[in-house]
Structures are given as structure tokens and as C-alpha cells.
Write a protein that binds this ligand. Sequence first.
Ligand code: OOB
Length: 558
Amino acid sequence: MTTPTAEGTVPWPEETAARYRQEGLWRDLPLHAVLMESAKGREDKVALVDGDVRITFGELVDRVEAAAARLLDIGLRPDDRIVLQLPNSWQFAVLTLACFRAGIVPVMALPGHRLHEMRAVAEVAEARAVAVPERIKDFDHRRLAQQVAEEVASVEMIMISGTAQADEVSLDDLLRPSASEDSPKEKAGGIPQPDPDLVLMFLLSGGTTGMPKLIARTHNDYDYNIRECSRVSGLSEDTVYLVALPAGHNFPLGCPGLLGALFAGGTVVMLSSPHPVKALQTIQNEGVTVTAAVPAVAQRWIDYVEETADLPDISSLKVLQVGGSRFPDELAARVRPVLGCTLQQVFGMAEGLINMTRLDDPEEVITTTQGRPVSSADDIRIVDPLGQDLPDGQPGSILTRGPYTPRGYYRAPEANERSFVEGWYSSGDIVERRPDGNLVVHGRDKDIINRGGEKISAEEVESLVYRLSAIEMAAAVAMPDPSLGEGLCLYVKLREGENITLEQVRTELTDAGLAPFKLPERLEIIDEIPMTRVGKINKKALREDVRRRMEPSSTSQT
Ligand code: OOB
């Protein structure tokens, strides 16, 4: 059988795909069928909680079916793309599932993205719609969506959660339960089933290029991703899963995330921020059993619990997953004593491969390693700079391939040439494989800043900085940050007679539409940017330089 492909994606080789099918890893089920199955027999059980809103499995299926039909009714077609920029909310979950049902492809933007990122992903995906809230805090997302629609020719529709205007699609209306007066419910049964080999959604890569890259995940591959993560995280219908990280991230979405919890017949609780006061109270109120955090969030929760006298009862929490950036061993060791739950370290990527410690691993494995692949079908190699395989115990670059690791980015042949080598994805992480199979992440050889789990491409920031006329040369590098792990320091060489302040740089980048989490937090003006012998900016020297400048005894701090 030939594998149907979607334009712009890189398919798995036919014989590999055939093997995944034969071994039952790929089930050829559209993802919504998994939800239908889990909803059976538990129609009255609460599936989704968002503040006072409680949606049962029966209501969820009804809303998803009705919304899928309405999406097609308003003129969208299977394989059309919607850029989703919604906060953690029931609307996020229902719209995502409705897109899956209709074969419409959501593009998972983040609430923190701004015009620079939104325009880029809408362009690459040729999105027809953008779905946003009216505002988040004091930022006007409607205005942002309007700008995207003005600048990206394919975008025809703005979907608004909140009070929609006449020319907008109201998400509250689109996502409402079916009612006797509307035909969509009847029509829903008639909506064609999406092809499980085609694109389910686009995840955003935290990659190294000037523009964000899209990762096309198929129904088949993501179904398997979710199933294996669910198994390794021990999800069941007793699971109450708290979504505290931005839901469009692979980690809280499908590793096993909100989809894993729903598919296991458990309950999902949506929370718009991981702030410890709210999060811990929600854990008590809803009896949360498992949640996912980045190290910075886990650290805040641990500190808060240690420092606070009158705490909510969080004894329902059994598993805290931590990943997205390296969780320091000392902090990992505090999870069980302080929070009273099992830590599960997760070293994953939107590109596929997910590693996890197992819940019954020895404490030493849980607190000092980032686990091992969730699937025995995941292949891993650790190689030296020449591509030679290294023995266990020696750190090197990790290469991977497997049933839920796509073979290339969407419409990005150049990036694919750099990141995919003969079918192996090179994540740019420096990893050691211990003799027991567990991986330890030592660092990375890719040019990103990992700011509390949010990846920032140095090249993306630098390319915008070069638009400032005062700047002759620029280099964005990671600097130590006590709470986020890393922050962004910008080194610049100025043109003759020019000057610039950090505030000016931040204002200019904000005006250029860059997401606030990518703005530099420190500026160093230097006479010469150090170069390597092959004529590249010597980022290692700059990282060491900023570390020195930040030492308490340093006198060179500006
Ligand atoms: C997750 O996904 P992405 O796509 O935002 O970022 C992937 C990159 C990895 O290549 C690695 O550099 C870093 O994030 N990373 C870690 C890590 N987990 C991710 N580095 C050190 N230790 C860890 N535990 O970040 C992601 C996706 C799914 C599940 C979990 C995380």
C-alpha cells in the first residue's frame, strides 16, 4: 500500500510505515475516534473543567461534532489551517478536537506570540483563519489577528472567543452545544472521516532558524505518541490532569497531556497560569492527580510550599512531570520530600521523541536522569562531531527516528538538510546514554536560548536587531538566570558615533512584533565581537563572558 502524503511534508519510508502498521503502532484511526471510544459509557462523567464550566464526556462529544459541522458550514474545508492562539480554556480543547474531527488543521501558536511569529506561521501554513481571545491581560489579540489578516493574504476569518463583532466568527457560538434548531448535528454524521495518515495539526518547533518552523503531526503518529506517554505516565480513568503550561505545547497537549487524559477517560482541568497560589488551590479543589511543569514552574511550586504556612491540601497529586529544559538534580531531589508526589522527568521535543523516567524507577534514576524513550520502537544514536557512534557513558549529539518522529519540517527543505540526516532527526542536544539506557542531558550544540522551557532562536532575534541602524554586529546568547535557568543577553558592536540602550532595543523589537518572552534582558556593548577561526561568532566566549560579568565580585558589570 502506498502511503498517502500531504504536500510539503516528508513521509516515513513506505516499508517503515508498513511495519508500524503491522506492529499495531499505527492504528489508522482518526484521532477523534479515540475520544468517541473513551466517551462511551461515561457520558455523564466530567471531562473538562475550566473555572465554573464543567463539560461532561457526552457534552464534549456533542459540542465537538456540532462545532466540526459548523466549521465546514462557514466555508472551511478539510486540510484548511487555523492558527490557534487561545489561552488554556475549554474553548481551546473543544476547538482543537473539532478541527481534528473535521480534518481542519490547527496551527498551535502560543498566547505569548506577537505579529512577528503569528504572521510567519500563518504564511507558511497558508492559514485561512486565526482564532484568538479578545485580550489577554492588557494585550489586544483582536488587533493582532486583524494585522495578521491584513498582512497575510490567505487569512479570511477571525475567530474570537468573547464578544465577536459583525465581521468575526464567534467562538462561543461556534462551540456551543448542538440544538434542535440547527442542522449541523444531523450533518455531523455525514462529515467525512479524516485520513489518519494526513496532517492532524502543526506544532511549532523551538528551532534555530530565523523563522519558526512547522512540524506536521499525523493522526497515526500522534495517536501513538499519546498512547505510549499515557502508558508510561500511568494514566487511567481516575486521572485528573491539570493543564498549567500553555496547552499548545506538545508537552501538556499530548505527552500525555490533555489529550491523553481525555482518551484515558480521565478529567482535564484547564488553568490559565501556573502561578503557585492558583495552581495549588486548583489541585486541592479538583483533586488533581497529575500535571506537567517546566523546571522554572516546579521550582516556584517547591519554594512556595516550603515557605508558606497555610497551604492547600495537595495530597491528591501523585505525579509531577517536569521537562522542557534541564531540571537540576538538586531540585529534582526536593520534589518527593516537599510536594509528596513522584517526579517524572520528561526530555521531549515537538519534533517527536519523548523520553521519560518510569514511575517505579529507583530514586537515583528519577532525580539524576531524563529517562529513556517511551517506545521500544524509538531508535536513538549518540554520535561524535563526525557522526561516529559513541559508547554508553560518553556524551554526544543525539539522533533519533521512530513511529512518532516525523522525517522533516513542513515546507522547509533547507532546514531539513541541516536537521535530518538519512531519516534521523538531530535535535542539537548533547546527551549521554548510561549503561541502564537512561539518558542524561548535558547541554546542547544548537544556537537557542532555553528561557524557562520557551525556546528562542538566537538567529531570529539577531535578524531583527540588525534592522537597528546603530548596530553593526549582534549576538544573542544565553546567560544564567536564577529562576528561568537561562535569560537572553544581547551583545552588540555599535557603528561609529552611535549609542543605544537596552530599553531602546526592547522597544524597537517590540515594535517589530517580536514576542515579549524573546526580548533581551541584558545588553552588552563591546568594541569587537569575538570570532572563531572559521569566521563565526564565538558564542562560547560570549556565554563565558556574560557569566563572568554576572559574578557578584565582577567589576566589569555595566
Ligand atoms: C519540549 O519540546 P520543545 O520542542 O519545546 O523543545 C525541545 C528541546 C529539546 O531538544 C531540548 O533542547 C529541550 O527542549 N528539552 C530539554 C528537556 N526537555 C526538553 N533539555 C533538557 N532536559 C529536558 N528534560 O520541550 C518538550 C516536548 C514534549 C515533552 C517535554 C518537553
